[in-house]
Design a protein around this ligand. Structure first.
Ligand code: ATP
Ligand code: MG
Length: 413
């Protein structure tokens, strides 16, 4: 991408009502645009970050054998009445509206009910199960407060997976595999050290659900963490009884702030019973389908990463998530520009994402933007670059190295 052709720029102006560090940084770097509280647009660089996070998640979900689909935002009232979740007393985040003919509709904040109805049209016998599906979808939730930037959107991107099984044992087996896949996701995003499996309130069927909480100073949740055991208890279920039940000790638990980056639920046969979604077993008996669901806050993760990965000069993306691997700058006359153009073409052909800052602005401004955007490698082409090599500097190091195009490609590709 050539910056001279980009419509967007870094900025020093942050909306007056923005309090969250993640949003401030991402707005300054030109990654997101604040439409209103809890509602952000993803600009080209921000979208690339989001896509890179999605790719990490997608590969883990595919490894679990789940297939990707895309459900609808407009949700019929009847579907949700089947389980009592249309009621605003039960679900306090509904956005609702009416069709022209007066029919009430809701905007999808989750998709368990919709998926149960959908699969009931395709699943009839034990031979059709088990199976799982997932989606990346914009969820709409009428959150009471939305002051944490991307950590709490009224419109936000979630990955939600739904798994359908024939028995509790089959569900439990998949649930354990999914738990591991979730831990893999956080590890690949560079959050492995800070993210903990957390016991949280369960809901209709189980005593607990499992959350994945990333320790964060400005996180909205409080958890009690046993660092050695890599387990935590959410404040909402933190009692002496629960501590004992989980085999933990109060004196080993540390109170920390954290952000919920994932939540997985075991619904057992509850939804299948409520919605009469059934299958025929080997003996021809009708049985309810068992459901488990698995959410990850994709845009929240982007916010968490912005909160954690930064310094006084701006963002510091992990290499696999950064919107580009290289930020390329030419300093000198035509010779330097030619060297930069050459490298830009070589890297682009090799599929390496490059931000080429070919704007007519001071070099200092370009350096500052490279740092603010958090691009892993800053490469400078000067008049001697073709002969003596390019200057390459890691975002987190102070001294640059020199190398020719071939070595450089090898390093960053
Ligand atoms: P919270 O307790 O933070 O309100 P939740 O428990 O209501 O979240 P879930 O229904 O468990 O959320 O949704 C699955 C995942 O989606 C969460 O673990 C979180 O990572 C993400 N998520 C939920 N609400 C939001 C939101 N308003 N903005 C951004 N991400 C969200
Ligand atoms: Mg949750």
């Amino acid at each position: 991408m050539r910056l001279s052709q980009s419509l967007f720029k870094t900025t020093k102006t942050i909306p007056g009502d923005e309090q969250a560090k993640n949003a401030k940084l991402l707005i300054q770097a030109g990654f997101v645009y604040k439409e209103m509280a809890g509602v952000y647009a993803y600009l080209p660089l921000g979208l690339r970050v989001l896509e890179n996070i999605k790719e990490v998640i997608r590969s883990e979900m595919n490894d679990l054998g789940a297939s990707e689909l895309l459900m609808t935002s407009l949700q019929p009232k009847d579907t949700w009445e089947m389980t009592g979740r249309w009621d605003d007393e039960t679900v306090d985040v509904w956005f609702k509206s009416k069709l022209k003919n007066g029919t009430e509709i809701g905007f999808g904040w989750s998709h368990e009910e919709a998926l149960m109805l959908l699969i009931s049209k395709f699943v009839h016998s034990y031979r059709d199960l088990p199976g799982g599906v997932y989606q990346f979808q914009t969820k709409l939730r009428n959150e009471l407060r939305s002051k944490s930037g991307l950590l709490r959107g009224r419109e936000f991107l979630m990955k939600d997976m739904y798994h359908f099984s024939r028995s509790q044992e089959e569900l439990d087996e998949f649930y354990e595999r999914a738990k591991q896949a979730y831990l893999n996701v956080y590890a690949k995003l560079g959050l492995g050290e800070n993210t903990f499996l957390t016991f949280a309130s369960g809901g209709a069927f189980t005593q607990f659900s499992h959350e994945f909480q990333t320790v964060l100073r400005d996180g909205e949740d409080t958890i009690y963490l046993d660092r050695a055991k890599k387990l935590a208890i959410n404040q909402e279920v933190y009692t002496d009884e629960v501590i004992a039940q989980l085999g933990l000790k109060k004196e080993d638990l540390e109170e920390v702030r954290a952000s919920e980056v994932g939540n997985i639920f075991n619904f057992g046969s509850v939804k299948g019973e409520q919605m009469s979604v059934q299958f025929s077993d080997e003996s021809g008996n009708r049985k309810p389908v068992f459901l488990s669901s698995y959410g990850i806050g994709v845009s929240r993760l982007m916010g968490v990463m912005a909160e954690l990965f930064n310094d006084n000069r701006g963002l510091v993306w992990p290499k696999q998530i950064a919107p580009a691997k290289v930020y390329l700058i030419a300093i000198g006359d035509e010779k330097a520009t030619n060297a930069a153009e050459d490298l830009y073409n070589i890297l682009t052909e090799r599929g390496v994402a490059v931000i080429y800052d070919d704007r007519d602005v001071r070099a200092g401004e370009k350096f500052a933007d490279a740092d603010l955007m958090g691009i892993p490698w800053r490469v400078v082409a000067n008049n001697q670059a073709q002969a003596d090599g390019y200057e390459i500097k890691d975002r987190i190091e102070n001294t640059p190295k020199h190398m020719n195009a071939q070595a450089l490609v090898k390093l960053v590709a």
